[in-house]
Design a protein around this ligand. Structure first.
Ligand SMILES: [Zn+2]
Length: 98
């Protein structure tokens, strides 16, 4: 066993054709500099920079929503996703919480 460049290349091509994104995460951020994020407070969607001061890829990510002016972080986004899942589970008894 070892590194198989042919399989790696076919896997990355499969990823690229299925997702439209570059396989390498670092290269992908260089090509596509933003990520679309939905505000956990008002639901407005905005393209946010991956890098830069407090960008989405930074551990101390922080962003102020231009719609509702609430400040959110990775923790806020996680809490928002969890609350959405809880609300979905209340409506759909077959829904499994993540
Ligand atoms: Zn908002």
């Amino acid at each position: 066993m070892g590194y198989d460049e042919t399989k790696c290349h076919s896997a990355s091509e499969y990823w690229r054709t299925r997702t439209g994104f570059v396989f390498d995460a670092i290269e992908s951020m260089r090509v596509d500099t933003t990520r679309s994020i939905q505000c956990p407070f008002c639901g407005e969607t905005e393209d946010i920079l991956w890098n830069g001061d407090r960008g989405f890829a930074q551990a101390d990510f922080e962003h102020k929503c231009p719609g509702c002016h609430e400040l959110f972080t990775h923790d806020t986004l996680r809490a928002g996703k969890f609350l959405q899942a809880v609300n979905q589970a209340k409506k759909d008894r077959g829904y499994c919480l993540p």
